[in-house]
Ligand binder design. Structure first.
Ligand SMILES: *Cc1c(COP(=O)(O)O)cnc(C)c1O
Length: 429
């Protein structure tokens, strides 16, 4: 591997983005802006609640919605398994809906087949920051009089018809975890329509304990280690250590470094996270001020890489902007053999993520709700994430393109593997 490694993701923070908060315990309390001030332009008609994480936002919404046990909740099969776990843990019944192969968002045609009189909520994810077909999905929800919830964990800066996502349903979650494109070392947000706000009961803030402080600190450290010069010697080797520890039953670190790795025993526990920190709105404000620049830059990277790889038939691209304007935060493509491609790219100093998410309809832990979703299965076995962060330089983009071109020029277009992801094969990957 070359000395320099291009990480799959970097938060692109400057020291001014976090130093004030790092030093905060040593100084006089500063006044922080309210979340609603920070988001006013983008989410003007929503009531906002700061939460310890994105999953807490979903949990808070589910508590407010108070749906009867067994209520069916259509959710995209290609998904972050934690979202599905929370639904099941609340006593609801996840109903897996296939995704559109071009966007990885919920396929409205399959949703139409799967809504039933028992449906009580639809959860749609703007996967990878690509807008889902929110107009069509919203229309189906209206027809059946069920509320819509948007998972905007990847989608800060994503718009549909010029409006920021998170305003198209009754509620939406946002996540500011260490791996998200806008980060506050943790934290999340629930955005709800004013009509629903009265039902949301945030509960007393939990105490900042030594344990939860440690988590914030670890997230902060991780974000710092993700900056490109440190990454090769910092987070990259740590990832291996974390995954070995997880194999021995200590999954605490992997849950932070590689949170999307399937953990069949995961159960949500509200108190395991630090409470929403007062500095979060301020930290977000700084990043949101330059959001449009960052989005433009990431989209330019994505556009350039797609253009330069367009002649390789074995690569299949998404149509990120099919239903709006993607934020470019997660740039991915389909390749025949993600694992072999990952090894090749790593040898050329580019880190890619071979299996970023799962086809949850095939995970053993959701066996009670199992289904066959062809596009989700295809995505789970062929989709890879390429770097697209805003601080990538022209030489980095050249390297990504050259390494990819070399891989496929060597005749490794290959025949696709059969689209089956079992727990064992996903673990091995
Ligand atoms: C990260 C993420 C969440 C939840 O965010 P946390 O802050 O980690 O709880 C939800 N959905 C998707 C798709 C995510 O990637």
């Amino acid at each position: 591997m070359p000395r320099k490694l291009i990480p799959k993701h970097t938060p692109a923070l400057g020291s001014g983005d976090f130093m004030p908060y790092l030093l905060e315990p040593l100084r006089r309390r500063r006044r922080h802006p309210a979340l609603s001030d920070v988001w006013r332009e983008r989410l003007p008609d929503r009531a906002l609640f700061g939460t310890p994480s994105g999953r807490h936002a979903l949990w808070l919404y589910l508590e407010a919605a108070n749906l009867p046990a067994g209520t069916e909740v259509p959710v995209a099969a290609y998904n972050y398994y934690v979202v599905v776990r929370l639904l099941a843990q609340k006593g609801l019944r996840p109903v897996f809906v296939d995704v559109d192969r071009e966007t990885l968002g919920m396929d409205p045609a399959d949703l139409r087949r799967k809504v039933s009189p028992a449906t009580g909520l639809v959860v749609v994810t703007h996967m990878y920051g690509n807008p889902a077909d929110i107009t069509e999905i919203g229309a189906i929800c209206d027809e059946h009089r069920v509320p819509l919830f948007e998972d905007c964990a990847h989608a800060v800066g994503t718009t549909v018809a010029g409006r920021h996502v998170g305003r198209f349903g009754e509620g939406a979650l946002f996540s500011f975890g260490p791996l998200k494109s806008v980060t506050a070392f943790g934290g999340g947000m629930l955005a709800v329509a004013p009509s629903a706000a009265g039902h949301v009961r945030p509960g007393p803030p939990s105490q900042v304990s030594w344990l939860t402080r440690r988590r914030t600190f670890f997230c902060m450290l991780m974000v710092l280690l993700m900056t490109p010069p440190l990454y090769r010697w910092g987070l990259h080797p740590l990832t291996r250590v974390a995954s070995r520890l997880a194999d021995r039953g200590i999954s605490r670190f992997r849950d932070i470094i590689a949170p999307s790795t399937n953990d069949a025993w995961y159960r949500f526990s509200p108190d395991s996270y630090p409470p929403f920190r007062p500095f979060v709105p301020d930290m977000l404000r700084r990043q949101l001020e330059r959001l449009e620049d960052r989005v433009d830059r990431r989209r330019a990277v994505m556009g350039e890489v797609k253009r330069r790889l367009a002649d390789i038939p074995a690569i299949e691209f998404l149509h990120e902007d099919k239903h709006g304007r993607a934020n470019g935060s997660y740039f991915g493509v389909y390749v025949p053999d993600p694992e072999a491609f990952r090894r090749h790219m790593l040898d050329h100093g580019v880190e890619i993520t071979p299996h970023p998410f799962y086809d949850c309809s095939q995970l053993a832990q959701f066996g009670d709700y199992a289904d066959h979703c062809a596009n989700a299965a295809h995505a789970a076995s062929h989709f890879v994430r390429l770097p697209s962060y805003s601080s990538l330089r022209a030489a980095d983009v050249d390297r990504i393109v050259a390494a990819t071109t070399a891989y496929f020029a060597a005749g490794r277009g290959g025949t696709p593997r059969p689209p089956a992801v079992t727990r064992a094969s996903a673990r091995a990957a």
